[in-house]
Design a protein. Structure first.
Length: 667
């Protein structure tokens, strides 16, 4: 999607993505600033803007190393050199045109005067005079200086939000005529009056560090091999009347209880190759249900699960995980034609965690196993099955000294299956059903898997979305256990984002804050989009596009605008401000719920809602960098009868339009 830019400083040229460099003709040419396509830009006299142009073939592949011709329609307003470096010369407008073969693209450029050096409201400047709870939003290029009325004594929260897909912005905010804000919400709005809720069995600090690193490697491998798997599917004839996604054309032998099965557990995450360097383990079939084959590694540590435990996990997969996920996202592939997923409890998962670590890897699915062992795109080490690899109980720490009790692993296993099942459905339907050319972006894929965990919570607890759940409501519904089993980790990840919202992106790399923010935004979007979640989840998981483009198709609106409103809702929801419904989160009352957490000693974990809100003070300059999809929250007051002036700049110049500024009156 084209983004709009207004400011800028000298940037390095965009590095073209890897792609074919053959003789294909250029079908499309897109002007870029960094990683964002650009349709309009505003710079100041004397500023420089480094542009690049991405050339694409008809099939969308990048065409590298082709010289682009640059031209300015009015070189007296702005000049552009042969490398795409633009210099603003005088106030006015011009067009910057990039041409390559028969393709071209045009950037509409405005050159403006530098802003005044002082922060002040001048005669004729409009003055915001908002009611309590009223929200004012404006693009960054129109937010150079905002004048805010004091009325009879007012307070505001000022929220810059970077509505881009990843371009960081260095921001400065300074003000005159303001004072400190003292009233609520600052940001906490009040404690839960009851006894509070217990903490999860394991603290959240650092617990997924090993997991996120490992899963990032798996998803990167899938991204690299996605096209090979898609080509394999397209190259394999489907049997008449059979599943369209069968790769081998030969139905797998139905498993039998007690049978030994050889499975490759090498993912390539720690060296080697998951296809050509197999690490075979033997597992015994311990349970068979309608949708699951549960297999236990014969070398698992002593004191682990018994057959009755595996039968219970199979029932939970059939009765809870499978129906919830398939209703939301669709049915998975069935390449082995046995109608079941293999759930392999193997010490190989435990071995992925470093010795004596407080973190752990709960399990994973691996797209490698959906590839055929034969054919032009063969993966010899594929297990040719829909399957999951699961953490096993290890009470004595036999594997790397990491003790994992039976109760701990059992408590986590269903949520892990729900999470990984969404990944499997998403990947397999993209390849086998929908003919996608590219995998889903990690942040959106992980967000959907965390939604899967939340959906399992609703099903298990009997609660529903859009109930504004609090600790009291959970206890009244006897839903506290289900909350801690399936949903608590989602809130813990969101807390990481709330504790540093300007330093993380909901569209960023696969880290805890991004996962929490992506889950929260998707829940917000579903609550805002429709009274029924199902069509949205299905549309997102059954798309040939990915990332923001996928969201735009599913929402039929600009998701970056919705992300801006979501950022406001993190502050305004359940804060007693009577804001418009688009700034609320109908499913969860986070301001009440998070401070209700208690640890095993019945001590309160959070004294207040943990959103990082800072004070903006007159004479001080708040400087920070905002990732794409990140926000900051600044509070200030204006004395009765006075007018405050707040200025936002990017590296000393007006901010671009995709930098949004939102002002909420709180008092």
């Amino acid at each position: 999607m084209k983004r709009i830019l207004a400011l800028t400083v000298l940037l390095l040229p965009l590095a073209c993505s890897d792609g074919p460099t053959g003789p294909e003709p250029v079908a499309h040419l897109n002007i870029h600033l960094g990683d964002a396509e650009l349709g309009e830009a505003t710079i100041q006299v004397g500023q420089a803007l480094q542009l690049s142009a991405a050339a694409l073939a008809e099939d969308g592949d990048s065409l590298d190393n082709r010289p682009v011709a640059w031209n300015s329609t009015d070189p007296e307003i702005a000049q552009v050199d042969a490398e795409g470096l633009v210099i603003g010369l005088q106030v006015g407008s011009t067009s910057i045109i990039a041409t390559l073969e028969r393709a071209s693209d045009t950037l509409m450029l405005s050159v403006i005067s530098p802003p005044p050096s002082d922060v002040a409201c001048r005669d004729g400047d409009p003055v915001l005079d908002l009611a309590v709870g009223e929200v004012y939003a404006v693009p960054g290029n129109n937010a150079l200086t905002l004048c805010v009325a004091g009325g009879d004594g007012s307070e505001y929260t000022y929220i810059p939000f970077n509505a881009s897909q990843g371009t960081p912005l260095s921001i400065e905010v300074e003000a005159t005529g303001i004072r400190a804000a003292v009233g609520p919400p600052n940001p906490y709005y009040g404690p839960y009056p009851g006894r509070g809720m217990r903490e999860s069995a394991i603290g959240y600090d650092g617990r997924l560090s090993a997991s996120q690193t490992f899963h990032a490697k798996l998803r990167a491998y899938e991204d690299q091999t996605f096209s090979r798997l898609a080509n394999s599917v397209r190259a394999t004839p489907h049997k008449t009347g059979g599943p369209r996604y069968n790769l081998s054309g030969v139905a797998a032998k139905a498993p039998t209880l007690g049978e030994l099965i050889r499975l490759n557990v090498n993912t390539g995450a720690d060296g080697g190759d998951g296809c050509t360097d197999p690490d075979y383990r033997y597992g015994r079939v311990e349970a068979i249900s309608e949708h699951a084959v549960v297999v236990a590694d014969t070398a698992n540590p002593e004191g682990g699960f018994e057959r009755s435990d595996y039968e219970r996990f199979a029932r939970a997969f059939d009765e809870l995980v499978y129906p919830v996920n398939t209703r939301a996202f669709g049915t998975p592939s069935d390449i082995d034609e046995n109608g079941r997923a293999v759930i392999f409890y193997t010490r190989a998962v435990n071995e992925l965690t470093e010795p004596n670590s407080s973190s752990y890897i709960g399990g994973f699915y691996f797209g490698r196993d959906l590839r055929s062992t034969t054919g032009d795109y063969a993966c010899e080490g594929s297990n040719e099955a829909e399957m999951f690899y699961m953490l096993v109980a290890d009470p004595d720490g036999e594997v790397n000294g990491n003790e994992r009790s039976k109760s701990f692993v059992a408590d986590k296993t269903i949520a892990v299956l729900a999470h990984e099942f969404q990944h499997l459905i998403n990947f397999s339907r993209r390849v086998f059903e929908n003919g996608a050319e590219v995998n889903e972006d990690s942040w959106l894929n992980e967000g959907l898997s965390h939604i899967a965990e939340e959906l399992v919570f609703y099903e298990a607890s009997g609660t529903e979305p859009r109930s504004n759940l609090t600790a009291g409501k959970l206890e009244a519904a006897n839903a506290s256990d289900a909350f801690f089993d399936y949903q608590f980790d989602n809130l813990n990840r969101l807390i990481r984002y709330l504790q540093g919202p300007s330093r993380a992106s909901l569209m960023g790399e696969d880290v805890l804050p991004t996962r929490g923010a992506a889950w929260s935004f998707l829940r917000y979007a579903a609550d805002r989009h429709t009274g029924d979640d199902g069509p949205l989840w299905f549309a997102l998981a059954n798309s040939t596009t990915h990332g923001v483009a996928n969201l735009q198709n599913a929402l039929a609106d600009d998701p970056l605008d919705w992300m801006e409103d979501w950022a406001v809702s993190l502050y305004a929801d359940d804060a007693g401000l009577n804001v418009d419904s688009r700034y609320t989160q109908p499913s969860w009352n986070l301001r009440e719920l998070i401070p209700a957490f208690r640890n095993a000693r019945d001590e309160q974990i959070y004294d207040e809602y943990p959103l990082d809100v800072r004070h903006l003070l007159a004479g001080n300059v708040a400087e920070f960098s905002l990732m794409g999809g990140a926000a900051d929250f600044l509070r200030f007051g204006v004395a009765a009868g006075d007018t405050g002036a707040v200025r936002l700049t990017q590296d000393g110049y007006p901010a671009p339009p995709y930098m949004r500024v939102i002002v909420v009156r709180t008092r």
